[in-house]
Design a binder for this molecule. Sequence first.
Ligand SMILES: [Ca+2]
Ligand SMILES: [Ca+2]
Ligand SMILES: [Ca+2]
Ligand SMILES: [Ca+2]
Length: 320
Amino acid sequence: MQLRTTIPYLLLRTAIHGARSAVSRGALVAIAGCAIFIAAPAKADVISVRIADGNDDAEEHLNENNNIDLGSSDLEIGAEGGGSDAQLIGVRFLDIDIPRGAIINSANIQFTVDETDDEVQEEPIRIFGELGEALRFSGNGGDISSRTRTGLSIDWADIPPWDTVGDAGPDQQTPDIGILVQAIVNQSTWEPNNAMVLMMLGHENFERTAESFNGTPEAAALLTIDFDPNSFFAFGDYNDDGAVDLADYEILKANFNTGTTFAEGDGTLDGKVDLRDFVEFLREFNAGGGNAAAVPEPSTVLLLGAGIALLMASTKRRAI
Ligand SMILES: [Ca+2]
Ligand SMILES: [Ca+2]
Ligand SMILES: [Ca+2]
Ligand SMILES: [Ca+2]
């Protein structure tokens, strides 16, 4: 199976893979895209969480009413009705016991075949995470499509035919969605044991029919996350030199409101460089960016805030 991914995702994937390979060295590492502070001894934890409620998997029909189906016995990834009725699928997982900002090594969702399908896939299924509260799905029209999505998405392409009911192997598993999980656990509102929602945006002329909780609870979607509980995302080290300092601030400032990647200042991984990134940057800057000798003077912090405030004011003027 060939995986198609977005360029920012590849950059970050490289960075996180670099961090993983460096874990055994138990050292401070800096790699393309971001820097990771490794506290020895590092280890990887794996959690697997299955959907546990009929209202935690749902289908939204992408028609004019955006009707929600909470109780269907299956989830048609792509489109229902022989491929004519495109759907957005939402899956919600409870009690994700991961600390805020922990490095996500990899993640995937495992589905199980409910009905056989063999349409050739012309375009990918696009997978997003939800930023925000990740509430249980409701029957209100548009409940899934109205949620705030991660700025990044992962493409699930070239899905082979599903030819045996009950199969739950690599062909029914999403590509690595670790970067989406990273964006979710990086949110300032994230706390261990929060719920997590992921969404699969379908299209017409393609259908893969997976089990839902309402159909067969023990074969409902299963989210697996491999993470390092001892290593944390460095939100502010955009230039990978192991320190969160004025050089990183200049990057953030230069790309404020226009940047889209981590290297351009998007520490929160939502595809935008904005005030939230600056808040995260300041948090790490104030803490010395992992370097206790580098804690700045309060007056420096005030100057940085003034610089960003000027940028925000000039943006507002341009917008009028
Ligand atoms: Ca359901
Ligand atoms: Ca269905
Ligand atoms: Ca830096
Ligand atoms: Ca951001």
